[in-house]
Design a protein around this ligand. Structure first.
Ligand code: PHE
Length: 450
């Protein structure tokens, strides 16, 4: 492993990990969860979940990755040779691959909407629902966009860790922050600003039920990119003096702040147009928002044009940095374990994902009739990876680091071999042994029987 890549700077480490975390989950899922589940009350609960469950799991992934300097599968094997714990690593790489296959399909949509907005195709008064359904259900168009998107990811990955992933993160994350700043400032001037912000921030504790707490944990897990081998693989490129706890804290905070700021962009826009419902997911960003942007800026179409183009660019960039982090665990594994060059490993992943991605994309259109257990391929991938394998992976990571790994090794990693004074170590161990696995276990069972 002597010639493995490494991140060259502290800021590169934070931006790459934050790039993985900040994604579609921040832009389209978080604001709606907040709006539906008690506004600021949800934000507080979410913050607690990030701090007490998300961060301990993230630190644990960092420990596994950095202590071994290896891809996720090899990492588990090195730490617990010949044991069943290696399933933890296999889970990470597999789930990254499968999530990646459909993540690029949605990412392709974001690329399409960026192009459509830039070329002024989203500004006409039209039925945006039909527009979206025609696009997604058509055979070639979404496939072409997914492939182009995939090649962008590939281009970054083949350049390696420092010249590819780190450089791309250092370029794209500031761009992303700048776009968010511009959009938030624009949204101040919208007629629905006060209503939108009070919808988002009014704490309504009466809406907080056990299931709301569970969705907060689930959202934290997804949003922080945990249990997919992504952060574990990135950590294997950290330098010996990267402060793991501080990095996890920065990533968690950046991710949460960006999620809240996205709410400041979306809700004022939605509340500026009477009669529009803030629904969730693809419906919100691909159907409701184009309509809203169009109407909200009816008087000054040029601002509408800029706003909508920047918004879709934001969505696409956030998907891009996340997609890069999904490609890397699989590429690193193939490169290191199958002994092929990094370039060839990256091509294998890209090619495999394109094939499965095409199948996922077609399953929303002409292949929609082929279903397993009532789900098309796209939904099936989502269900199996996000709802089943992911929580199991999270539990394995907690149990592995909390119960199986030598405490001295964990302490040495977290304190950089005694060079850092870490006062919260015991709290971290307690969280990772008890709180996080139990919380994830409860969500898992809840989601399975929902
Ligand atoms: N964390 C990303 C988001 O918020 C999703 C993601 C999951 C990215 C897994 C990479 C890996 O959208």
């Amino acid at each position: 492993m002597a010639n493995r890549g490494n991140f060259g700077s502290k800021i590169g480490v934070v931006l790459a990990a934050a790039g993985s975390a900040v994604g579609l989950g921040n832009v389209w899922r978080f604001p709606t969860e907040v709006g539906n589940n008690g506004g600021a009350a949800f934000i507080l609960i979410y913050l607690a979940c990030v701090i007490f469950i998300g961060m301990p799991v993230m630190i644990s992934e960092f420990v596994i990755g950095r202590s071994t300097h290896a891809n996720t599968i090899t990492a588990f094997r090195k730490l617990a040779p010949g044991s069943w714990w290696r399933i933890g690593g296999i889970e990470g790489v597999f789930v990254a691959f499968f999530i990646f296959c459909y993540y690029i399909v949605v990412s392709g949509w974001t690329l399409h909407y960026t192009v459509a907005s830039l070329t002024n195709h989203l500004s006409a008064d039209q039925d945006y629902k039909a527009y979206f359904q025609n696009f997604v259900g058509s055979t070639w168009e979404p496939v072409v966009y997914a492939v182009v998107f995939m090649l962008m990811v590939h281009f970054v990955i083949v350049r390696g860790v420092e010249r590819g992933i780190e450089k791309a993160s250092k370029l794209m994350m500031p761009m992303l922050l700048l776009i968010i700043a511009v959009l938030v400032i624009c949204s101040f001037s919208m007629s629905g600003f006060t209503d939108g912000v009070s919808f988002l921030l009014r704490p309504d504790f009466s809406k907080v039920t056990p299931s709301v707490v569970l969705s907060a944990v689930g959202q934290a897990f997804y949003s922080l990119s945990l249990a997919m081998g992504c952060l574990c693989t990135y950590a294997s490129y950290f330098s010996p003096n990267t402060n793991l706890m501080k990095t996890a804290f920065s990533v968690g905070m950046i991710d949460t702040c960006i999620a809240v700021l996205c709410g400041f962009i979306i809700f004022p826009a939605v509340f500026s147009v009477p009669g529009v419902e803030a629904n969730e997911g693809p419906g919100l960003v691909f159907i409701t928002l184009p309509h809203v942007f169009n109407i909200a800026f009816h008087n000054v179409p040029i601002i509408g044009y800029v706003f909508s183009t920047l918004f879709y660019l934001l969505l696409m960039l956030s998907a891009l940095t996340s997609a890069i982090s999904l490609h890397e665990p699989v590429t690193a594994y193939i490169h290191e374990e199958w002994h092929v060059s990094r370039r060839r490993a990256a091509w294998m992943v890209t090619f495999g994902c394109i094939l499965l991605g095409i199948a996922c994309s077609l399953s929303m259109g002409i292949w929609n009739d082929y279903q397993i257990a009532g789900l098309c391929l796209f939904d099936l991938f989502d269900f199996i990876s996000a709802k089943i394998i992911l929580p199991l992976g999270g539990i394995i990571i907690c149990l592995f680091v909390g119960w199986r790994l030598d405490r001295q090794l964990v302490y040495a990693e977290v304190t950089n071999h005694g060079n850092l004074r870490i006062r919260l170590f015991r709290l971290y161990i307690f969280l990772v042994r008890w709180v996080a696995p139990l919380a994830i276990g409860i969500i898992f069972i809840d989601q399975l029987f929902r």
